[in-house]
Design a protein around this ligand. Sequence first.
Ligand SMILES: *Cc1c(COP(=O)(O)O)cnc(C)c1O
Length: 222
Amino acid sequence: MSAIQENLMKIKQAVEKKDCLVVAVSKTKPVENIKEAYDAGHRDFGENKARELESKFGALPKDIRWHMIGHLQRNKVKYIAPFVSLIHGVDTLKLLKKINDEGEKNKRVIACLLQVHIANEDSKFGFLPTELYELLDSGVLSTLKNIKVKGLMGMASNIRDHRTIREEFSGLKHLFDLIKRQYPETLVEMKVLSMGMSGDYQIAIEEGSSMVRIGSAIFGLR
Ligand SMILES: *Cc1c(COP(=O)(O)O)cnc(C)c1O
């Protein structure tokens, strides 16, 4: 087994015991690295740049489920709309509408997660909880037939203080559970809670994550 395969297997064993899916974040890494993980049976990969995602899709087996995990610009949606499996970082209604348009052109329904701003940092994108409720209450989601909201995504502050990270994750889980209770599945499906990266995925899983996005702990430092 290669180092990548060993890292991946160790993490998968620990994470999948908790009913959580690993998205292997392969951004900046060559397709050969992805192929190693693929050959070990892994199928979920994440990238944060649309053009890089598109070119890796072209170069690799077609049963890979590709996750767009980073900040997505509206003019780049077209490059990934034909095949993307899940878009994690949807942070504005404008972007959601654009994804819907591209879904319509490609005659498919594109699964999306709404990104929530949970960190105490200005640099992180996402809806504030109040903005999220405004979106859900506006009714606009039921007019967008070519997207389906499947859950929420969040990034904790990039700090060492575990208590703060834990509070941010548990706040997001709380919001996730509330929305699940308050809104019908026909409007939003709260099935996926995407939180946790290499440095904080254990905390995220303890706080209820169902999908972790792990890059450097699998593929090595970028
Ligand atoms: C790069 C990235 C990750 C993975 O980061 P690692 O620390 O390498 O695990 C997860 N989520 C997003 C949104 C990213 O951009």
